[in-house]
Design a protein around this ligand. Structure first.
Ligand code: CTP
Length: 399
């Protein structure tokens, strides 16, 4: 199930090979991918949208009944969602349109808008494939980084023999996997990631928490999942979407996180603690709403929460790798290095949360990966990129 949760958009254009794309969809689904199909009007003459809808278990997008205003909303959504955008079969026509940036239907509009890698599986008559115009268009697209798979040679539907047959579904799926760079270097490993903020309740309507969104932890969970690990996410309050294809345990308070971790830790190979845990909780909590006493000030006493990472470090088994995060505003390196030791961690990811582009609630981060052997600086990058670097480093440490 190594494409679990990966978002793939498949454009189908009008060619006899459209029926073979149905198999592409079913193979991708089998591998766990989520497939969204866009068909051109001509494609619907060859295969019914219902076939793709049934196989993909998603609504198929066609132009047939929809007005252009509808494209504007839908095409942006799919263009953004795609992790890889495949066009199979791709006619000479769509290739020419893409080369020129023409956007006159749902498919050409969406593919123009996407930033995802694009894979084209051409299917056409040999004469069309070898025509100078097509050659030039293909070259243009290759220069822009568009990937191609095929076409194969053989007897074509029109009776001619030569290049122009769409690649077999298996080869197309292989090409998609190559693009998605499905590294399987975490296969067989159990990884637990903590994410988000804990909430410490005062009464039924009030609590204390922090700004953690869960983005960093979930980026690691997703990257680990894609690299073949068996992932558990233990998360508190989050605003980022919880990744699919992983085991999920939601907690609220630091105490619940502690209880969960004491139970889960022995079973894990790697534990990455990105949760922002409240260091304190209210000493007294109330099961009914605390009423205001007019004119009087209110004093609330805070009591220390368990240090979860430290407790996990104390029961660390041989062969386990423990990673923590450190959100700092001053003396970043020094404080983080102390936490590494105190919590019995193998690595600590230190962030200076005062830097623009780092810390809570943004899609990027700047970090230092600190181990007992030294520090590796990670400059401004997306949390997803940083997640891959953290996993690379963990693999290095486990060698
Ligand atoms: N952590 C934890 N339990 C706590 C506090 C922190 O498990 N009660 C974990 C975090 O998940 C993180 C690491 O410890 O992996 C460091 O968290 P941080 O808040 O930076 O450190 P603290 O130990 O709380 O120190 P301080 O707040 O004084 O900087």
């Amino acid at each position: 199930m190594d494409l679990t949760g990966r978002e793939i958009v498949l454009g189908v254009t009008g060619g006899i090979a459209a029926y073979k794309s149905a198999e592409v969809v079913s193979r991708l689904r089998h591998l766990g991918a989520n497939v969204h199909v866009i068909m051109t009007k001509n494609a619907t003459e060859f295969v019914s949208p219902l076939t793709f809808q049934t196989l993909s278990a998603n609504q198929v997008v066609t132009d047939t009944f929809q007005a252009p205003e509808y494209w504007n909303v839908e095409h942006v959504a799919l263009a953004k969602l795609a992790e890889v955008f495949v066009i199979a079969p791709a006619t000479a026509n769509i290739i020419a349109k893409m080369a020129s940036g023409i956007a006159d239907d749902m498919l050409s509009t969406t593919v123009l808008a996407t930033k995802a890698p694009v894979l084209i599986a051409p299917a056409m008559n040999t004469g069309m494939w070898t025509a100078e115009a097509t050659r030039e268009n293909v070259q243009k697209l290759k220069t822009r980084g568009v990937h191609f798979v095929g076409p194969d040679s053989g007897i074509l539907a029109c009776g001619d023999e030569g290049a122009g047959r769409m690649s077999e579904p298996e080869a197309i799926v292989e090409a998609i996997r190559d693009i998605l760079d499905v590294r399987r270097d975490l296969e067989g490993l159990k990884i637990l990631v903590t994410a988000g903020a804990t909430k410490e309740r005062l009464d039924p309507v009030r609590y204390m928490t922090n700004d953690s969104s869960g983005k960093m932890g979930f980026a690691i969970a997703e990257a680990a999942r894609n690299r073949g690990a068996e992932v558990t996410a233990v998360y508190g309050s989050v605003t980022a979407p919880v990744p699919e294809g992983i085991r999920r345990i939601q907690i609220e308070s630091a105490q619940e996180l502690y209880d969960t971790m004491m139970h889960e830790t022995p079973d894990q190979d790697i534990i990455i603690q990105a949760a922002a845990v409240c260091d304190y909780r209210f000493e007294k909590t109330s099961t009914s709403k605390i009423k205001k006493a007019e004119g009087e000030s209110l004093t609330l006493t805070l009591k220390e929460n368990p240090d979860v990472a430290k407790a996990v470090g104390a029961i660390k088994k041989k062969g386990q790798t423990l990673v923590g995060f450190a959100a700092e505003t001053d003396n970043v390196r020094k404080n983080a290095a102390e936490k590494l030791k105190k919590k019995n961690l193998d690595m600590i990811v230190a962030n200076d949360v005062t830097l623009p582009g780092a810390g809570f609630n943004v899609d990027t981060n700047i970090a230092a990966l600190i181990t007992k052997d030294g520090t590796e600086e990670q400059p401004l990058q997306t949390k997803r990129e940083l997640a891959e670097k953290i996993l690379d480093k963990i693999i290095e440490l486990r060698k």
